[in-house]
Design a protein around this ligand. Structure first.
Ligand code: B12
Ligand code: SF4
Length: 500
């Protein structure tokens, strides 16, 4: 016996799709585990398929179960509307969700779905998906489902989610994602994604990566990671780890396997300044293997800001890391967090900084998410709970500047940064890259260059606040005080052997 299962990844957000669109790795991994449990699985990624095409797929495949990946709060309204429509069409079909964001607000989303959603899976999907689908196939009701680890149903939630013991058991079901040539990041076009490690041992106050995994840290074995890389057809590879190469021996181990197999790719990764400085040789080795782009979460240009975010690095370390990456010939993107309290002087200072360095400077607006510490300490002031605005491109906390002026300053700063990269100096280089990619039929990068001015528009961002709100985030627990660490965790701390 087996079920027909359709896994669905929601649409991309306009504000992130300018620079990149990436394969839905989490959904692919859950799909692989469902398939290994004997079920027939298909996958539709709404980043590259339309809602009409999803309906067509459902009509043809007639799935018994439909599972949505909800890593992003901003996607919750779309997914809730889809769940309601699908349930209306066939009430006996099992509709469920899983993923990062929904894990923190499972009860709330279930209530908002008003019966259209049968279950939410919290935490890692691989260890539980087989048991969940088997239970559904066997006729489990809401009570039975709520007894499965990490599963929340109308009857509530039962035991804590299971933590996958390691990352080696399932390879993402990449064969199920169609239109793969639409996945890209900048000029890595097309681009696949891969996961070498899961979790983060730091504890920044604005981030939910560490709370999701209970500060655990798991690694794929170098042999398995390199074999997976070798099986990827795309030349570009985005390493999704929150902080790449924390453990130098792990980065070296994978590098050795890549060298042994002669895998030739271009890589993009994200890491921290202190990790880069500490493990410089590993990054140099990866540079030789094809590491071309690096995203560094610098977050603030002053010590007070870094302390407030509990980043645990100094301004000096941050700047040294940028210089080091630059000297290695790696193209660096720096992230800075925009505090809604900023006035025009702070925006001007960031513009001056952005123009003084060759790096790409990316801005994200400080946003309290459920699962972060600042959700408990700062969310009391939220000016909106509209899910769609929780995409770190909108201000959901009160701004010191009038909101339209805040967006004008934000967009002006982003435009300066964009002009710098698409300005005269960069244009010849960019034209060369775009031309080369177009010759190979890859036009994602080219299209990205034209989209910026259409998408980044202060009036449009302000207008986003005026839309009718149908779904809102839950009220935060307004303690104002710092919550206990473990109270924020989706996964409790792993047993010793799993953490290593
Ligand atoms: C790669 C990535 C992206 C990619 C998206 C790729 C894609 N299409 O999936 C890009 C770069 C586009 C992206 C963009 C954004 N991202 Co992002 N992203 C990540 C990152 C680094 C890795 C995700 C990943 O692939 N992980 C590996 C896979 C295997 O894990 P997973 O997806 O979590 O899946 C597991 C479980 O969640 C669960 N699961 C997942 N789906 C499903 C579905 C079902 C049915 C079930 C049962 C289980 C299940 O099982 C999986 C296996 O265990 C995460 C951080 C992280 N470590 O997870 C941030 C993260 C998810 N992103 C974040 C943010 C803020 C964003 C943006 C809003 C930022 C922005 N404005 O640019 C945008 C919005 C994206 C959008 N909606 O279009 C935040 C989420 C915060 C929040 N609470 O909402 C995170 C946690 C980063 C952080 N440190 O804060 N992101
Ligand atoms: S911001 Fe980076 S270092 Fe800090 S907790 Fe999140 S993933 Fe870890």
């Amino acid at each position: 016996m087996s079920m027909r299962v359709l896994m669905v990844h929601p649409s991309g957000l306009m504000y992130s799709e300018i620079f990149l669109r990436l394969e839905p790795l989490g959904v692919e991994r859950v799909a692989a585990a469902a398939r290994a449990a004997g079920h027939q699985v298909r996958l539709v990624d709404l980043q590259v398929f339309s809602h009409d095409e999803l309906s067509g797929e459902i009509g043809e495949f007639e799935p018994d179960a439909i599972g949505f990946g909800v890593n992003y709060l901003a996607n919750v309204p779309e997914v809730l509307d889809l769940a309601r429509r699908l349930k209306r069409l066939r009430p006996d079909r099992f509709v469920f969700m899983g993923g990062h964001s929904v894990s923190f607000i499972a009860d709330h989303v279930l209530r908002q779905a008003d019966g259209a959603l049968d279950a939410v899976v919290r935490g890692d999907g691989e260890p539980i998906i087989g048991r969940l689908l088997d239970a559904v196939e066997g006729g489990a009701d809401a009570d039975d489902l709520s007894r499965l680890p990490g599963v929340v149903s109308a009857s509530g939630g039962g035991p804590a989610p299971l933590l996958a013991a390691g990352l080696d058991d399932y390879r993402p079901a990449r064969d199920l994602t169609r239109r793969r040539r639409k996945y890209f990041i900048g000029e890595l076009d097309p681009c696949a994604s891969i996961e070498f490690t899961r979790g983060c041992p730091w504890d920044c106050s604005f981030c939910s990566a560490w709370t999701f995994y209970g500060r655990s840290y798991r690694k794929a074995s170098p042999e398995v990671a390199a074999a997976e890389l070798a099986s990827i057809t795309e030349r570009g590879v985005f390493i999704v780890d929150d902080v790449a190469f924390i453990r130098p021996e792990h980065g070296d181990g994978i590098a050795a396997e890549i060298e042994r197999r002669g895998v030739d790719k271009d890589y993009y990764l994200e890491t921290r300044a202190d990790v880069l400085l500490r493990n410089r040789e590993v990054f140099e080795r990866w540079r030789r293997l094809g590491l071309r782009y690096m995203f560094l979460g610098i977050e603030a240009l002053d010590g007070a800001g870094l302390d407030a975010y509990r980043k645990r690095v100094s301004v000096d370390e941050n700047m040294h890391a940028v210089e080091l990456a630059r000297a290695m010939g790696i193209a660096v993107a720096i992230n800075l967090i925009v505090d809604p309290a900023w006035e025009t002087a702070q925006f001007a200072a960031v513009r001056a900084f952005a123009e003084s360095v060759p790096e790409i400077v990316h801005l994200s607006v400080m946003t309290p998410y459920p699962g972060t510490e600042i959700w408990h300490t700062q969310a009391r002031d939220l000016v909106t709970r509209d899910y769609r605005l929780f995409d770190i491109q909108h201000a959901v906390l009160p701004t010191t500047l009038p909101l339209p002026v805040f967006y004008r300053e934000l967009v002006k700063t982003q435009a300066v940064i964009n002009r710098k990269h698409l300005g005269l100096a960069g244009l010849t280089q960019v034209a060369g890259i775009a031309g080369r990619l177009a010759l190979h039929g890859q036009t994602n990068f080219l299209r990205m260059l034209w989209r910026f001015n259409r998408v980044y528009n202060g009036s449009r961002q302000y207008a986003d606040h005026q839309r009718e709100v149908r779904y809102e985030l839950p009220m935060p627990s307004l303690t104002g005080a710092q919550p206990g660490r473990t109270d924020l965790y989706v996964h409790s701390r792993p047993p010793r052997h799993a953490a290593s």
